[in-house]
Design a protein around this ligand. Structure first.
Ligand SMILES: O=P(O)(O)OC[C@H]1O[C@@](CO)(OP(=O)(O)O)[C@@H](O)[C@@H]1O
Length: 461
């Protein structure tokens, strides 16, 4: 512990290599395996987002992107293994991706790389394994094997409309070509099996149904496997709301366990109607914190409710129940330290945003496994959950504005998450405080009484 001028203690910043969940020298290449349209890119993207959220530097190397630099719009024939030129170009793309990935590791830029490609033959996997062994990088193969016709079809639909390979093409022609491409891969596809028993792998069958694991070696690998085991990639949404305005929010005090204000009550009463507007007749489950303001806010929702300690607001320790102005006056060095590095700053006797992320990890796992969840929680906790889904980086997430009396609907898709915001138009103080300022709230005045809806930041009316 280091003494600072006003006698306050600085809590050590745990800004080590990541969240401290892995020895820094471990480098892992997660090698995706599987036919096209099996959700590999979605899985790769989710693993990267999850690891970054836990402060493990991770990056995807997509072989398709390397291939596109020489062959931007190939036809299905390009992927026929009897096409020597196609084979040569595809191997060159894989070579370029692996070379860049090893450079990335050697420059100390990260711990986990995801090699996103079909890697559908044993020969190709052996070649990757040898390259990684030589560079002192561990490999973990992750196969998505999926014969669920419906899931494959919805992936084909997604790919033909979003893949740069089919940019500007007639969607039907694109879908036909893509199916042909899949058939070409099927001719040579070899699933991971006993012949490769020396490899570390995790085989996901019909994502979420069956998982086969082999030779998982260390903590970080088992974390990734645990995450993969909880994934399902069916389309669904998650709803998030802060509690209604509290008595503490009104007086500018942080923390505590205050009741909601009169306007907070109005929001609680209106919430069922807004949820209905957004979720229709879906039967939701409501998760709250253990604090009164979230429980009171969810009171009128006609659904099952669960209170989680892990959803309680960031613990502000000795600053609990003070206003930002009082904190600045009593603990000026701490006030400044928090502004300088809000993500890592830990309140004396309390928590940092980094601490909150760690305690939220089981919530994220449970969220990945579940469907139709509405979470009613607090400003800091909501920022952390939002950052996980939207991939917001740590310098920005603690400063995000999350208004009171607003329902947020997040719908994860293959390439990014769609966001809808429903503003209840019930006035509330703003609890957002900008860097360097001690003022917290201003009253935005009376609302219009109707619900305003925004999709991905744009008003719908
Ligand atoms: O990290 P900052 O921006 O201070 O935001 C967290 C603060 O938000 C508050 C409101 O100011 O949360 P809450 O939503 O529970 O009312 C405080 O209790 C909490 O300390």
């Amino acid at each position: 512990m280091r003494k600072v001028p006003d006698g306050q203690m600085m809590r050590p910043n745990r800004k080590t290599n990541g969240s401290g969940i892995q020895a820094p020298e471990t480098r892992i290449c997660v090698v995706m395996v599987g036919l096209p349209a099996r959700g590999k890119s979605l899985i790769a993207q989710k693993v990267v987002r999850y690891l970054r959220w836990l402060s493990v530097d991770a990056k995807t190397f997509n072989v398709g992107q390397y291939r596109r630099t020489t062959t931007p719009n190939p036809s299905a024939e390009f992927f026929d293994t009897s096409n020597a030129e196609g084979e040569r170009m595809r191997k060159a793309a894989a070579e370029a991706a692996v070379t860049d990935m090893i450079k990335w590791f050697d420059n100390g830029e990260g711990l986990v790389a995801i090699l996103d490609a079909t890697n559908s033959t044993k020969a190709r996997r052996r070649w990757i394994q040898d390259r990684c062994d030589a560079a002192n990088v561990q490999t973990m193969f992750v196969e998505s094997k999926c014969d669920d016709e419906e899931l494959v079809m919805s992936n084909i639909k997604e790919v033909k409309t979003t893949s740069p390979d089919y940019l500007g093409q007639d969607p039907e022609v694109a879908a036909q070509d893509f199916r042909k491409r899949i058939r070409n891969y099927e001719k040579v596809y070899e699933t991971l099996d006993e012949d490769e028993a020396d490899l570390t792998y995790c085989k996901l069958i019909d994502v979420g149904h069956q998982v086969i694991i082999n030779k998982i070696q260390d903590y970080l690998q088992s974390r990734v496997v645990y995450y993969l085991m909880n994934l399902h990639i069916k389309p669904r949404s998650i709803w998030l709301s802060r509690h209604g305005e509290s008595e503490y929010n009104l007086s500018g005090k942080i923390g505590g366990d205050a009741n909601i204000s009169e306007r907070g009550q109005m929001y609680a009463k209106k919430l069922p109607e807004i949820v209905k507007q957004s979720a229709g007749d879906l039967e939701l489950t409501v998760w709250t914190s253990t604090l009164k303001r979230t429980i009171q806010t969810s009171k009128y929702l006609p659904f099952e409710k669960l209170s989680w300690k892990a959803l309680d607001e960031l613990d502000s320790g000795v600053c609990d129940s003070l206003t930002y102005a009082e904190i600045e006056e009593r603990y000026p060095a701490d006030f400044k330290a928090r502004d300088d590095d809000k993500y890592n700053y830990r309140y004396l006797g309390g928590e940092s945003y980094r601490d909150v992320v760690i305690r939220l990890e089981p919530i994220i796992m449970e969220l990945e496994r579940s469907e139709n969840i509405l979470i009613v929680t607090h400003q800091a906790v909501l920022r952390c959950i939002y950052a996980y889904f939207m991939g917001v980086d740590q310098a920005k997430s603690p400063w995000m504005e999350v208004p009171l009396h607003t329902l947020i609907k997040l719908s994860p898709r293959a390439y990014g998450t769609q966001e809808e915001r429903y503003s209840a138009k019930i006035p509330a103080v703003s609890t957002w405080r900008g860097k360097g300022s001690k003022a917290q709230h201003e009253d935005p005045g009376p609302g219009q009484g109707t619900v305003d809806i925004e999709v991905n930041g744009k008003p719908t009316k």
